[in-house]
Design a protein. Sequence first.
Length: 413
Amino acid sequence: MSASSSASSDPSSGAAVAQAPGKARIALVLSLLLGLQPVTTDLYLPALPQLTRALGASMSMAQQTMAALLLAFGISQLVWGPVADRVGRRPVLLWGLSLYALASLACALAPNAETLVLARFTQGLGMGAAVVCARALVRDLYEPLEGARVMAWGMTGLGVLAIASPTLGGAVTALAGWRVALAVVALIGCLVLGFIFWRLPETAPQRRRDATRPAVLLANLRHIGGHRVFVAWAMLTGCSYAGLFTMLASSSFVYIDVLGVSPAAYGLLLASNSLAYIAGTFVCRRWVPRFGPIGAVQRAAFLTLAGGASMAALTALGVHTVWAIALPQVLFALGHGVHQPVAQAAAVGPFPAQAGTASALAGFLLAAMAYLIGLWLGVALDGTVRPLTYGVGLWSLIIGTVAWTLVRGLRRG
């Protein structure tokens, strides 16, 4: 028997878990916890060109403020996940969100680019706790099929925050400057911390006392990382986010610096992507019961490929305009709204006893891909639209390949 299946648990801890909250409250919790990602990135993006100039930072240093966040976000999940399996979701959430709020305030007060990079790194550490526990608590409370539907509700709320974040970020940056925009992120972190403190009980049915023991942890990671179900779904969610992040991390420079869009208008363009993403989550809730998780993402892959391929093709044909990027991105975002709820829930599904660790590994892979993309963009951004459009086009092809091969192959399992 593997260490992953024989790890001991605290049998008395299950009785300590409060009555499970209703689905509406869990959907709100998921929206707030997962929504910290667009709040931290999308609200920040309209301010990025301004703060780059104000702090005298190079393009490479500007990208490091995003890369540092993602590096910490990915690595921290490998720590938070096993800890959450050992001590429960609630303590990890309270520690992580407190760290996030303090680091967000430090971002707003940063005197130079180096300090901002360090503060963003710390911010990523705290954000990792929120996202790991969000995915784990879905598995604590629901079986994978129902979990995908609840996750879709939560991601609808995430989409609302993703709409509000760039719009708010663009408006605040234009009216009050980048420091105030980053202070708004700190305020949101404090509000989420307060809500979790008052409204979310513990959801973990058991505490696994040996979850952080090195030998057990390594055995669990090997077991999870080698599981074909995990590999297929984690690859899908990672590649889908990689395509989205390619757009997010480069879009402020492309839209504002290359195409001459104002920060406020840029925020509205990102908001349109979020509306498409929300529409995708509604499609997800209809498709999963009708076609099953695998059928849903296979259909969504056509939307993804249509968006990415048309964006790259228009660039190759010399059409370098705002709408040649924005309209195809809507199709990509629709597909993303299906891929993410299904894949995030399904990747953790086979591991109810190690939900925190499985969530952590999936999150680490996702963040590692985004981190590498951020490093690449720091070199590749060349004052044209090509790194954005060709990058999204490539990821859309990879997403389709994963959906139609690895994920489809799970039907035979």
